[in-house]
Design a protein. Structure first.
Lengths: 386, 297, 290
């Protein structure tokens, strides 16, 4: 089991200038992504999943924002040295901060020099603009070639003014410098076939507005794979599609991962869909990681060791049994909390089935720590805290 | 009938449509502040001018005090006939103020009218209306003004009326596009579903919402245009004529004295024109940016 | 290709329709003038006569001033065209860098003062700017001449510079362009597809923003032509440039309506021609009816 990427203690706050307060988007988020495996990141809308992914890619453009954390990533050999030299150009203000461990480099290295949060007293030192510019130079090497990201709406992710062919060609040319014109067209056609588009000659002449959602999503996936990345981040790739297409795309992704040995971070609110291909699952609520573990552990239908939120999510999936018996569908009562900074305690406490009596006092007073209930399985809940 | 019932309930479709406005950025605040400053002095000058109080006589010729540079006595100095420049500047607002309002009124009312009609009704009506509007639009405004001047020998009011007319096409097409987008919005469907009459839909909602956005820009831009045209015409000698002061003819008269080093005769009115026009445009820009721009994600 | 041709045909057809309408308007105005020397009994005949002249491009002699209209107006039109074309080039060349700069940095550092400065220069009333420029260049150096029919060829070429510069920088063109460019650039930079292309590693500057800004830019460049003609009247007056604007003004002073009407007509052609070119350019950039 080798780890390709590891996110540690990611913390992202946004500053609302009209209300003059910080909004907590992500707090203390950590997870590993193993080589050749799929990690599913699951959570409700607005829980911070997309922000997590965007922060990893350095695509957050909000100002002024706060960001902290460590993102270790093992880049491709040919890029490693160059990225290392870029990181070296910035001296971290923290003498203990490492630039990386082994072959993995910390892509957030030097962040503390631009933006840092002190706890006592609470002060924030930030120079977001310079951080974004510096980070951009580092991430330029990473994006596309090492990590690719695809988004929810495939039609708006494509340039509406260019044909599909021109758009794929741009990407291919970028990563294969000296290529003959005819070879490029062949590569494009081959690429489209590999995502199961069976009339590529027609597709390449089309404009994005001519494509259906399903076709467009396949094109997006094709472009993302064109550069042979090590990690693919898919942010709600199936949410905009109809049901049949949903499973087809997931299936496609599955086969691609198996064939190419890619790693993937699949983000979705649909835990059942994620369960189809994920190897491990991370559950997120209100910006906090509440559970992380193997798929088998988490997705057992019968009651098992789980975080109450995950439990509720699983229970909410309608099963044939429920439908036959005409049972009511289970919902999780209540709403996700307003993400003000400085909320104490577990954010799920108001909606938690188990938060009663004695234990509730603990839930309210302090955010529970992450506990390893079995090998590789972490839960953040006082139920499991001894 | 059901219609009355719902109207009594005053189910306002404004519930659906939240007038989005952006949080004002520093740039907007400065623009609006500066613009308001300009509008204030314009109004003050105009009021002073028509009541003929508080300032020296702008027409009073005083040969002994010709060409005096700015001083405490004469804030902007005196011109080649010894007349006080500051009071002439104040008086000069009369040349464009009311005509400008006339121009704005015409372009807004007719622009709204034609815009709403062509936006709301069929494509044929819309094409016909725009055909006629395009005829007016294709002739450069100044040339049309020259033609009008030759034919009618008009007062500045009539000229500005024409200027207003020439602005109708632009306003109409702006309104039409706004109406087009509004028409498609869900809340109009909701209005129909509730049984509100077509007429009330048009008037209450579409006109109200679309006019809010256009009024601000049109008022400021329109006044700016008016000032520019009036001063240009007066500069050329075919607008307001000597000895009646206009910022334009002051620049024209004063320019000959540049070489003698008496630059303030020409420069001061030019600067006033510059600041006024800029202020008006910035005001329109700032207000537009707050009220009309969709808040971006 | 076929689509472009169809577009072209449609546009030309509409322009012809417009010409019919404009001629009707102009002939109507012509008849309205008190004391016009008019040989026709009623408006319809007047209109038809004017129409005939319009389509044969032969405007005869002005009864007011005795000038042969064709001989006078056509060269003047050519000169104004040069002036306008040059002015557009200058405005665009200056506005595009400022606009891009302004959008990229929002307003830290130098960009805001720079933008403000361009706004200010743009908003100086063009008659004053023109005179100021003349004053500066004649008082302090003799190198760049002001136009005069008696200049030798090489010097004449230099005389082109100043009026084009003034019309390009003044007349509010630069401030309009800068504003549009920077607004549109900011808008495009935050669209989904630009973010998505960034996520694939493409560099933003070269890749997807071009078409996004080109469309509003092209639209506004050609929409400014009527304003430029108006501004040209003043600039030509100040610089004594033998163009249509100066001719229009002189005709106005002489009450020479026929010449004015012909100038109006040619201006309409100029403006509509610009619109047609604009639609063709946009037809190439925008795929189908998006």
């Amino acid at each position: 089991m080798s780890i390709l990427a590891e996110l540690s203690n990611l913390r992202v706050y946004f500053y609302d200038s009209s209300d003059k307060r910080f909004i907590r988007a992500v707090e203390n988020m950590s997870f590993p992504i193993e080589n050749g495996k799929v990690l599913g990141l699951v959570g409700e809308s607005g829980c911070g999943k997309t922000v997590t992914a965007l922060s990893m890619m350095g695509l957050l453009v909000s100002e002024p924002g706060i960001i902290n954390g460590k993102f270790l990533f093992e880049p491709k050999e040919e890029d490693g040295e160059y990225i290392r030299s870029l990181l070296q150009k910035v001296k971290s203000s923290d003498p203990d901060e490492e630039m990386g461990s082994g072959d993995r480099l910390n892509l957030f290295y030097g962040l503390k020099r631009f933006i840092s949060i002190e706890e006592n007293p609470f002060t924030i030192i930030k120079n977001t603009e310079r951080w974004l510019r510096y980070h951009d130079t580092v991430m330029e090497k990473i994006r596309g070639k090492n990590i690719s990201m695809i988004f929810q709406n495939p039609l708006t992710s494509l340039n509406p003014f260019l044909t599909i062919e021109s758009q794929i060609r741009k990407t291919l040319l970028r990563y294969n410098e000296s290529i003959d014109k005819h070879e490029i067209t062949d590569m494009i056609l081959e690429l489209l076939r590999s995502v199961r588009l069976y009339n590529p000659e027609a597709v390449i002449k089309m404009y994005p507005s001519n494509l259906s959602m399903g076709m467009a999503q396949r094109v997006i996936i094709a472009i993302a794979l064109a550069s042979n990345p090590k990690l693919l981040i898919a942010d709600e790739p199936t949410t905009g599609l109809d049901t049949t297409n949903k499973y087809r795309i997931i299936d496609l992704l599955n086969s691609i991962i198996e064939n190419k040995g890619l790693s993937m971070l699949l983000i979705s609110h649909n835990i059942r869909l994620v369960g189809e291909i994920a190897d491990s699952i991370a559950v997120m609520y209100a910006g906090i990681l509440v559970e992380l573990g193997d798929k088998q552990e988490i997705l057992k239908i019968k009651k098992s060791t789980r975080h109450p939120y995950t439990e509720a999510l699983i229970q909410a999936i309608p099963t044939d049994y429920d439908l036959k018996k005409g049972k009511k569908l289970k919902v999780i009562a209540g709403r996700a909390p307003n993400n003000k900074m400085g909320i104490k305690g577990c954010p799920f406490v108001n909606r938690c089935f188990y938060a009663t009596g004695e234990i509730k006092k603990k839930c309210i007073s302090k955010t529970p720590p992450l506990v390893e209930v079995s090998k590789g399985h972490f839960i953040r809940c006082y139920l499991y805290f001894k | 009938m059901k219609r009355f019932y719902f109207e009594k309930e005053k189910l306002s479709s404004e519930e659906f449509y939240v007038p989005l406005h952006k949080r004002a950025s520093v740039r907007d605040v400065v623009s609006i502040g500066f613009g308001l400053f300009v509008v204030t002095y314009l109004v003050i000058f105009f009021l002073i001018s028509i009541t003929n109080s508080f300032i020296k006589d702008p027409m009073k010729v005083d040969i002994q005090h010709m060409f005096m540079p700015p001083s405490i006595e004469h804030i902007f100095g005196t011109d080649f006939l010894g007349r006080d420049i500051f009071s002439r500047i104040v008086k000069g607002t009369e040349a464009f103020f009311l005509p400008g309002i006339l121009s704005i009124a015409i372009s807004t009312t007719f622009g709204l009218l034609f815009g709403v009609i062509s936006g709301y009704y069929s494509k044929t009506i819309s094409s016909i209306i725009f055909y006629f509007l395009n005829i007016i639009d294709s002739i450069p405004r100044f040339i049309l003004i020259l033609i009008v001047i030759v034919i009618f020998n008009p007062s500045i009011y009539l000229i500005m009326l024409f200027v207003g007319v020439t602005s109708i096409p632009k306003v109409s097409s702006y309104i039409k596009s706004k109406v087009d987008t509004l028409k498609k919005q869900r809340f109009i469907e909701a209005c129909r579903a509730l049984g509100l009459s077509e007429r009330s839909i048009i008037f209450k909602h579409i006109i109200w919402i679309s006019s809010r956005s256009v009024l601000i820009i049109r008022a400021t831009l329109g006044m700016g245009e008016t000032i520019l045209i009036e001063t240009s015409l007066s500069y050329l000698g075919i607008g307001v004529q000597e000895p009646i002061p206009s910022w334009g003819n002051m620049v024209a008269m004063g320019k000959d004295f540049f070489f003698q080093g008496k630059i303030w005769l020409s420069t001061i009115p030019a600067l006033v024109i510059l600041i006024t026009i800029m202020g008006l445009y910035l005001l329109g820009d700032g207000l537009n940016s707050i009220f009309n721009e969709r808040v971006s994600r | 290709m076929l689509r472009i041709l169809r577009l072209l045909v449609r546009e030309v057809f509409y322009t012809v329709l417009l010409i019919l309408g404009v001629t009707a308007l102009l002939s109507l105005l012509f008849r309205l003038m008190p004391g016009t020397i008019s040989f026709e009994k009623n408006w319809l005949n007047e209109y038809l006569k004017l129409l005939q002249r319009v389509f044969t491009f032969n405007f005869g002699v002005s009864p007011v001033s005795g000038l042969n209209i064709n001989q006078v107006v056509f060269p003047a039109f050519k000169n104004t065209f040069i002036l306008t074309f040059g002015a557009i080039l200058i405005s665009v060349t200056i506005s595009v860098p400022i606009g891009i700069f302004s959008a990229y940095r929002s307003f830290r550092g130098i960009s805001w003062p720079l933008t403000m400065f361009s706004y200010i220069v743009s908003s100086i009333p063009v008659f004053f700017l023109g005179y100021l420029v003349i004053y500066l260049f004649t008082r302090y150096s003799n190198f760049i001449p002001i136009y005069s029919a008696t200049l030798e060829n090489k010097r004449q070429l230099l005389a082109y510079i100043l009026p084009i510069l003034v019309l390009g920088l003044g007349n509010d063109s630069v401030s309009e362009f800068v504003r549009i460019i920077s607004d549109e650039l900011s808008r495009v930079m935050s669209t989904d597809y630009v973010v998505a292309s960034k996520a694939r590693g493409e560099s933003v500057i070269r890749s997807s923003v071009m078409e996004g800004i080109l469309i509003p830019l092209v639209t506004i460049i050609f929409s400014r032509i009527p304003f430029l003609i108006g501004g040209a009247i003043i600039v030509e007056y100040v610089f004594n440039w033998p163009g249509m604007g100066r001719l229009a003004f002189q005709s106005a002073l002489n009450r020479d309506l026929p010449v004015l009407v012909v100038i109006a007509f040619l201006s309409v052609l100029f403006v509509r021609g610009g619109m047609i070119i604009k639609d063709i350019i946009l037809g190439f950039i925008i795929p189908q009816e998006m």
